[in-house]
Design a protein around this ligand. Structure first.
Ligand code: ANZ
Ligand code: ZN
Length: 852
C-alpha cells in the first residue's frame, strides 16, 4: 500500500549506496577536495542524540560538497583509549579491550542506520596497534627533535585512579573522572614542549577567521600572554645560595606599595628551609595536600608562613620586607615568587589582613582620595588613576602606561627587565594506566632512558599476564605489576632492560587522528602524498567542550608533525573552519517526595504535564539529557519508530545549529508527518497522466529562489533556514496546477535539495520520478539568475515631464493596476489637486507619465 515506510526504504538505499561505493574517498587531483570531519566519538557503549546532530551536520556538508563535484573525505573512527574501559573492567570484570571493541561494534551498528556518507573503509580505533604503533613512531621522532622531554615535576595525583592528571583534568580540585580530592606528588614525567609554541599558537589564532570568535578567545585566554617585569630582591642574612629572590610582576607600577614577598611551597628556598626547620616542613607538607592547579589554589584558603627572612626594597635599601611561604604561589608560573601589594590585589589584601601587614596605597581614583581599606582597589588597566606612590611617568596615567613606564624605569637602572610570560604549561603526557598507548622507551642501567627501535614497534599492550587474566580490580598500573611485559633488551647495548610502563594521555591519540585518516593504513604515521592532497580539514565540527584542550593540542601536534616530516608545513593549522554545535536537550519532569527530594519521571509517563494519577509535574525546559534525570531520548528508538530521516530532519530544523535544540515527541511526529506528506506528494506527481497541463511560472520562480537560498544556507551552516525553505517550496508545489512535466521537474529538484538532510527519502523520490542514476551522484541544482530577479519593480513617475516621485509595483502588475497605484501616490495627488489628469501613460516596466 502507498505509504511512507522509512525503515524499508532506508535499508534499500543504504544498500544501493554501498553497492555503488559512493562514499569511498578518492584522491583525484583533477578535482577540488573537501575534507569534512566530526570529532570522533568515544566508544561509551551507545550513540546519543548529540552524536546524531553532530554527524548529521557533517553529513549535510559532505553530501552537499559531493553534489558540488568535490572529492570528499568524510571518515569515522573511535577515540578508544581511556579510563572508562579500565573502570568498567575494574567494576564489572572483563577486559578493557573487549569492552571497547564490543562498544565499537554496537555503536557502529547504531550509527550505520543513520545513512551517513562515511568512508567506512578508513575506520580505525586509536586502540588498534596499527594506530598507536604509528603514534609511538612519532613519539620517537619527537624525542629526537627535542619536542618531548623528561623532568621531575610536581604533579596532580589522583589517589583513587592512582594516576597523574593534567591541570585541565582537575575540576574544582577533584579528579575529572574519580571525583577524588587531588593531591600533589613529585614524579618523573614525560612532557611535550608545547610552551615553546605559546607565542606562535597565540599569534596564529588571528589566521583562523572561520573559527568561532568564542573559541579563539578561550584559546587566547588559556595561552595567557602577559607582559611584566622580572627582577630580584636582595636578601638580608640569607642562607647561602639565596642572596637574591627573583620575582615576576605584571604590576611593577605598584612596587612602592609592596609589603611582603612570598614564595611557593615548591620554591628552592622553601625546599631548603624545609630541610632545616620542622615548622616549615610541616607547613609545606600541608600545602602539598592541595592540587597544583590555579583553580585549586584559588579556592583554597590563603595561608602563609613567615620564614623570618627579610629582603631589601630595590628603591630603598633601608626598607625591608618579610618573606613568606604562601600556598597560593605557583612554582611553575613566573619565578615562583612574588611581591605582595595589598592595596591593589585582593589576594594580597586578604593575606595582609590575616598576617597584619601594612597597606600602602599606590594610586587612587582620579576624583576620590579615600584610602584603600579592606577591599583592594583594582581598576581596569586602561583607566587613568592618580598615583600617590608612583615612581615613573605622570601623576595621572593609566595603569597600562604606568606599567610600561615602570618597566622602562627599572630597565634603565638595571633593576630588572621587561618579559612576556605565558600561562600555558608544557603538556605532561605520562599516565600510570594500562589502557593507553605505551610510551616507547626503555630504561637501561648503563644507557639510561633510550627510545625503542622503530622496527620493534608497535610496543603492544599485553592482553593477559602470560596466560593468566589481568586483575583490573587492583588499584595502580597493571603494566607496572605485570610479571614479564616490561622485560626487554636495551636497544643500545643489548643488556637486559625495563620498558617504560607509563602510557600516554589519551589527548595524544586525538591530536593527530585527522591526519591519519588521510592514509589510515600507511606503514608510517602518514603518507605525505595523501596528506598533501587531503589536508587541511576543511570543516571540523564538534562540541564546544573541546574548545581549549583538544584543539590546542591538535594545533601543537600538527606543528610537531610538520617539524618531524609527517605533515606538510602548510598544514600546521589543521582545521580551516570550525563549527561548534549546540546540544540536543529535553524537558525534565519532576515531582517532590515527602521529604522534598526530586523524583524524576520518564517522558512517556507524562501527559499534558500530569502523571497517570493526575499529579502535576514540574517541567524544566531545554535541559541537557542525562540518565539520572530520565530525560534521555535514545536515537535507536527514534530510528525504529520514525526512521533515520525523521531524526536527521528534526535535529537540523527549528534551531540554528550552534544553539541547543529541544527534542519533543510532538516535533518528531511533525517531522515524520511532513516527510510523509512529501513522499505522498511525490507519489501523486509520479502518477500524473503524461503532460497535458500548463507550465507554472510562479512555481518555477519559487524553485529557483529555493535553490539559491538553500545553497547559501548550507554554505553558511544555516541548516534550519534551509529546512524552512524546503517546507515552503513543498507547500508551493503541493498547490500547483501545473502539468506533470513541470511538477516532476520541481519535485525532483526538491528531492535533491532535501538530499543532504534526508538522503533516503530524497533517493526514493528521485528514483520514482525518473531521475538518472542515484540522487547522491547527481550534480547539485543550479539556480537560473534570470529566475531570481526581484518580483517587484520601481517605476519613476513624471509629472508634466519632470521626475517627481517613484512607486514600487509587483513585476507582474497590469497597466490598470499601475495606473491605480500612480494615482494614489502623494506627489500625484498634490499635483492634481482634486482634478483628473489630462493624460496618464504607463510604459510597462519603465515609467509612468502624468500630465495635469
Ligand atoms: C605585584 C602585584 C601587584 C601583582 C598588584 C598583581 C597586582 P598575571 O597578570 O595573571 O600574569 N604572580 C606572579 N607569579 C605568580 C605565581 N607563581 N603564583 C601566583 N601569583 C603570581 O599575574 C601576574 C601577577 O600574579 C603578578 O603581578 C604577581 O602579582 C602574581 F597590585 O605582582 B603581581
Ligand atoms: Zn643499554
Amino acid at each position: 500500500d502507498a505509504r511512507y515506510q522509512p525503515q524499508e526504504l532506508e535499508r534499500t538505499w543504504q544498500a544501493a549506496w554501498d553497492r555503488a561505493d559512493v562514499f569511498t574517498a578518492q584522491r583525484d587531483p583533477s578535482k577540488p577536495k573537501y575534507y569534512v570531519l566530526e570529532m570522533f566519538p568515544y566508544p561509551s557503549g551507545r550513540i546519543h542524540m548529540g552524536h546524531v546532530r553532530n554527524y548529521t551536520m557533517g553529513d549535510v556538508v559532505a553530501r552537499y560538497k559531493l553534489a558540488r563535484g568535490f572529492s570528499v573525505l568524510h571518515p569515522m573512527g573511535w577515540d578508544a583509549f581511556g579510563m572508562p574501559a579500565e573502570n568498567a573492567a575494574m567494576e564489572q570484570g572483563g577486559h578493557p579491550k573487549d569492552w571497547t571493541y564490543n562498544n565499537i561494534n554496537v555503536m557502529r551498528g547504531q550509527m550505520k542506520p543513520l545513512g551517513l556518507s562515511i568512508d567506512w573503509s578508513r575506520e580505525f580505533a586509536t586502540c588498534d596497534p596499527e594506530y598507536y604503533g604509528q603514534q609511538q613512531a612519532m613519539f620517537i621522532d619527537m624525542l629526537a627533535a627535542g619536542l618531548v622531554y623528561r623532568k621531575n615535576a610536581v604533579v596532580n595525583w589522583d589517589p583513587v585512579d592512582m594516576t597523574v592528571l593534567a591541570n585541565e583534568q582537575v575540576i574544582d580540585g577533584k579528579g575529572w573522572r574519580s571525583g577524588a580530592d587531588v593531591e600533589r606528588r613529585e614524579l618523573t614525567q614525560w612532557f611535550f614542549r608545547i610552551s615553546d609554541y605559546s607565542a606562535e599558537l597565540l599569534a596564529a589564532l588571528d589566521g583562523l577567521p572561520d573559527w568561532p570568535e568564542k573559541v579563539r578567545l578561550m584559546q587566547k585566554n588559556w595561552i595567557g600572554q602577559s607582559r611584566g617585569l622580572q627582577f630580584a630582591f636582595s636578601t638580608v642574612d640569607a642562607p647561602e645560595g639565596f642572596d637574591r629572590i627573583e620575582v615576576y610582576t605584571t604590576r611593577p607600577d605598584t612596587l612602592m606599595g609592596a609589603s611582603f614577598v612570598a614564595v611557593s611551597p615548591d620554591h628552592p628556598l622553601a625546599r631548603h628551609l624545609e630541610r632545616h626547620d620542622a615548622g616549615v616542613a610541616a607547613f609545606v607538607a600541608d600545602c602539598r595536600r592541595t592540587g597544583t592547579t590555579e583553580e585549586a589554589l584559588e579556592k583554597a584558603e590563603k595561608r602563609g608562613l613567615n620564614t623570618g627572612l627579610r629582603v631589601r626594597h630595590p628603591f630603598d635599601t633601608e626598607w625591608e620586607l618579610p618573606v613568606y611561604i604562601a600556598n597560593f604561589i605557583l612554582m611553575d608560573y613566573g619565578t615562583g615568587a612574588i611581591f605582595g601589594v595589598p592595596a591593589h590585589d585582593q589576594r594580597d589584601m586578604d593575606f595582609a589582613r590575616k598576617y597584619d601587614l601594612p597597606v600602602h596605597d599606590v594610586f587612587h581614583a582620579q576624583d576620590d582620595e579615600t584610602p584603600v581599606d579592606g577591599t583592594a582597589f583594582v581598576p581596569p588597566k586602561t583607566e587613568p588613576v592618580r598615583y600617590i606612590r608612583g615612581f615613573a611617568g605622570a601623576e595621572v596615567q593609566t595603569g597600562a602606561d604606568a606599567v610600561e613606564a615602570a618597566i622602562a624605569f627599572c630597565e634603565e637602572r638595571g633593576i630588572g627587565r621587561g618579559v612576556t610570560q605565558y600561562r600555558l604549561r608544557d603538556w605532561g603526557l605520562s599516565r600510570q594506566r594500562y589502557w593507553g598507548c605505551p610510551i616507547p622507551v626503555v630504561h637501561c642501567d648503563t644507557c639510561g632512558v633510550v627510545p625503542e627501535r622503530k622496527k620493534n614497534l608497535p610496543i603492544a599492550l599485553p592482553y593477559d599476564e602470560d596466560g593468566a587474566p589481568i586483575d583490573f580490580s587492583i588499584p595502580g598500573n597493571p603494566l607496572g605489576r605485570h610479571p614479564t611485559w616490561s622485560q626487554c633488551t636495551c636497544p643500545e647495548c643489548g643488556a637486559p632492560a625495563r620498558r617504560e610502563t607509563d602510557t600516554m594521555d589519551t589527548f595524544v591519540d586525538s591530536s593527530w587522528y585527522y591526519a591519519r585518516f588521510t592514509a589510515p593504513r600507511a606503514t608510517t604515521p602518514t603518507d605525505l602524498a595523501e596528506a598533501e592532497y587531503w589536508m587541511n580539514v576543511d570543516q571540523y565540527i564538534g562540541g564546544v567542550e573541546h574548545a581549549i584542550l583538544h584543539l590546542l593540542y591538535s594545533r601543537f601536534f600538527a606543528r610537531a608533525m610538520a617539524k618531524t616530516g609527517h605533515l606538510p608545513v602548510r598544514a600546521i593549522e589543521p582545521f580551516n573552519a570550525l563549527f561548534t554545535q549546540g546540544m540536543v536537550t529535553h524537558e525534565i519532569y519532576l515531582t517532590r517526595d515527602a521529604s522534598g527530594r526530586a523524583v524524576y519521571h520518564l517522558p512517556e509517563d507524562v501527559t499534558d504535564g500530569k502523571l497517570a494519577d493526575g499529579t502535576a509535574v514540574t517541567i524544566i525546559p531545554s535541559a541537557k539529557m542525562s540518565k539520572s534525570k530520565k530525560n534521555v531520548v535514545d536515537p535507536v528508538n527514534i530510528i525504529t519508530a520514525f526512521g533515520a530521516d525523521t531524526a536527521r530532519w528534526f535535529v537540523m530544523s527549528d534551531s540554528p545549529p550552534e544553539r541547543d535544540v529541544e527534542w519533543t515527541s510532538a516535533g518528531a511526529e511533525a517531522a515524520f508527518k511532513h516527510l510523509s506528506r512529501v513522499w505522498a506528494l511525490a507519489d501523486r506527481i509520479a502518477a500524473m497522466p503524461a503532460d497535458t497541463g500548463s507550465g507554472d511560472e510562479d512555481l518555477l520562480r519559487a524553485m529557483h529562489r529555493a535553490i539559491d537560498s538553500i545553497t547559501k544556507s548550507i554554505e553558511s551552516f544555516a541548516f534550519n533556514k534551509a529546512i524552512a525553505d524546503l517546507y515552503s517550496l513543498t507547500n508551493t508545489l503541493s498547490k500547483s496546477q501545473a502539468g506533470a512535466d513541470t511538477q516532476t521537474h520541481v519535485m525532483r529538484t526538491l528531492s535533491q535539495l532535501m538530499a543532504p538532510m534526508v538522503p533516503h527519502l530524497a533517493e526514493d523520490i528521485w528514483a520514482r520520478l525518473g531521475g538518472e542514476g542515484l540522487a547522491v551522484q547527481a550534480p547539485w541544482p543550479v539556480a537560473d539568475p534570470a529566475m531570481l530577479v526581484a518580483d517587484t519593480l520601481i517605476l519613476p513617475i513624471q509629472i508634466n515631464g519632470k521626475r517627481r516621485s517613484e512607486i514600487t509595483v509587483p513585476a507582474e502588475a497590469t497597466k490598470q493596476e499601475v495606473e491605480k497605484m500612480a494615482l494614489a501616490d502623494d506627489a500625484v495627488i498634490k499635483a492634481l489637486a482634486g482634478a483628473t489628469p489630462k493624460k496618464l501613460i504607463v510604459v510597462p516596466g519603465r515609467i509612468v507619465n502624468v500630465v495635469v
